[in-house]
Design a protein around this ligand. Structure first.
Ligand SMILES: *Cc1c(COP(=O)(O)O)cnc(C)c1O
Length: 228
C-alpha cells in the first residue's frame, strides 16, 4: 500500500477509535484531508484510496488543483483566511467555506455563487481565545453574524469552525473544543439548524471528537510534513 493510503487508513482508524471511545458512531465524524502545499499527485493518490473531501488555504494554489482534478468530482473546502478580492474564485470553485467571520465576506460569497451550483456551505469561524489579532468572530458577536448570514440566498449556514491556539495538553484541547460546541448549542437554542462542528487537526483530533466534532481537518497525519 502507498504511503498516503497507509496514512489515510491510520487516520481513519484514529477517528473511529476516538468516536467509539466517546460513545459516538464513527460515521458521524467526517475526514477533511488538508492538502495545502501538497502536490496534486498526492491528492490523486488519496482520491484513489477513497478520499473525497479536500481542504485548501490559498485560492491560487487551490484553483490549479481543482482544475487538474475536475474529472474526479472531489469536494473542495476553503479553510484559509478570506480576502474580499478572492471571494469570486472561492464562490465558483469550492463547495464549502469554513473561515467566514465577517458579514461583508458572506454577502460577497452569496452574490458571487454561480446559479448553476447549489448554495455554498458555510461555517462561521469563531475566535475562541478572544485575541483581537486573530481571525474569527467573537462568541459575543456570533449570534448577530449567524442571523445575517442565515438570511443570504445563496449560502447555507452549516455550523462553526475554530483553530484553537496550538497546545499538546489534552485537557486544554478539550476545553477549546467544548467552547466551540457550547457556542453551537447556543445557536441551536436560538433556532439555527446546524449539523457541522469543524474542529480537530492532526494533533488534537481525539480531544475534538470527544467534544462533538463532526468534521476534522487533517493535514500532516494524512500527507506527511508540508512541502514548504
Ligand atoms: C493546515 C490546516 C489544518 C491541518 O493541520 P495539521 O496539523 O497538518 O493537521 C487544519 N485546519 C486549518 C485551518 C489549517 O490551516
Amino acid at each position: 500500500m502507498c504511503k498516503v493510503c497507509e496514512r489515510l487508513r491510520a487516520t481513519q482508524a484514529r477517528i473511529a477509535a476516538a468516536a467509539r471511545q466517546a460513545g459516538r458512531d464513527p460515521a458521524s465524524v467526517t475526514l477533511l484531508a488538508v492538502s495545502k502545499t501538497q502536490p496534486v499527485e498526492r491528492i490523486r493518490v488519496a482520491a484513489e484510496c477513497g478520499q473525497r473531501l479536500f481542504g485548501e488555504n490559498f485560492l491560487q494554489e487551490a484553483a490549479e488543483k481543482i482544475a487538474a482534478t475536475e474529472e474526479l468530482g472531489l469536494e473542495w473546502h476553503f479553510i484559509g483566511p478570506l480576502q474580499s478580492n478572492k471571494t469570486r474564485g472561492i464562490a465558483e470553485g469550492f463547495g464549502w467555506v469554513h473561515s467566514v467571520d465577517r458579514r461583508k465576506i458572506a454577502e460577497r460569497l452569496s452574490a458571487q455563487r454561480p446559479g448553476s451550483l447549489g448554495p455554498l456551505n458555510i461555517c462561521l469561524q469563531v475566535n475562541l481565545s478572544g485575541e483581537t489579532s486573530k481571525s474569527g468572530v467573537t462568541p459575543q458577536a456570533l449570534p448577530e453574524l449567524a442571523a445575517a448570514v442565515g438570511e443570504l440566498p445563496r449560502i447555507r449556514l452549516r455550523g462553526l469552525m475554530a483553530i484553537p491556539a496550538p497546545t499538546q495538553d489534552p485537557a486544554q484541547q478539550r476545553r477549546d473544543a467544548a467552547d466551540l460546541r457550547v457556542a453551537q448549542e447556543s445557536l441551536a437554542g436560538d433556532g439555527f439548524e446546524l449539523d457541522t462542528l469543524s474542529i480537530g487537526m492532526s494533533n488534537d483530533m481525539e480531544a475534538a471528537i470527544a467534544e462533538g466534532s463532526t468534521l476534522v481537518r487533517i493535514g500532516t497525519a494524512v500527507f506527511g510534513p508540508r512541502q514548504r
